[in-house]
Design a binder for this molecule. Sequence first.
Ligand code: APR
Length: 318
Amino acid sequence: MVKPKIALVGGGQIGNAIAHLAALRELGDVVMFDIKEGLAEGKCLDIAEAAPIANFDVQLRGDSDIGCIAGADIIVVTAGVPRKPGMSREDLIEINARIMVTVAEGIKTHAPDAIVIVLSNPLDAMVTLCQKLTGFPVERVMGMAGVLDSARFASFIAWELGVSVRDVNALVLGGHGDAMVPIVRFANVNGIPALELLERKYGSAEKARQVMAELVERTQNAGGEVVDLLKTGSAFISPATSAISMVEAVIHDQKRLLPVCAMLSGQYGVSGYYVGVPCILGAGGIEKIVEFDLTDDEQSLLDHSVAEVKKLVDSLPI
Ligand code: APR
């Protein structure tokens, strides 16, 4: 059987980590394109030379010509500038939109049948731009944000409760900005509501709600927390790991239910905008957008997050 072809557009911190993870898991052959001469070639060579030790057998090839993505089954876009301390994701819009214009053109020309996962920030705007400029069907163009935001929320809950991260389930919906919406009602440890466990830990419902509010706030600001510590860029291992779980869901047709930045057409009261919602991911890309009833409070938090997404998208130069 022919191995899937995974194309990475952008070979910086996140692109490099994705290439490494894709190789370790033998998800397919990897091509990496980066505009910086030699960068993608060097990164791929470095990873490829680890193969005999790490025991993976896939091809990795880097190039500074976007033609290398030809025939890709799946493309992950991380081309763009990351934030520095003091910057919001929204501050990146102008420069990264210009980059997305050339990237989308390249994808449309060289890999017209690919499924595309966008990571470049501000995510909700960049994925919108990518879909509009490629003209690809919406189920084939999606953004990665919710998997990462949910993993961050799950991590904070696990650390607070002193339980394994394996047993925590958490879901974050909405835009990939500070107004993202962690769904507290669904946060649980192997089915037991996290709020109830917090109440037992602290012996007070009020204190439990206060601690949960702190975990929610930390989740909303988690990207910035890393940026402030690194000072030179933004998180890369956790975004790459999140992207890989989406790549794997598509390549292995896993029908996973994951929070994905998807184009909505009426779901959750939103039409014509990309927003993070639960989706079934499989070989066809976004095979289904999954709906469930939000409480009035959750709906108003989502409406607020969507309003932020709209502001951002409507400010795009296209
Ligand atoms: N085509 C291809 N690659 C490009 C282009 C382009 N037109 N423009 C820039 N790049 C490359 C850069 O050369 C760089 O190697 O994109 C890469 C970005 O890598 P980093 O600066 O290390 O950024 P990274 O941490 O990987 O984040 C990439 O994802 O999560 C978002 O906010 C983050 O927007 C940022 C993006």
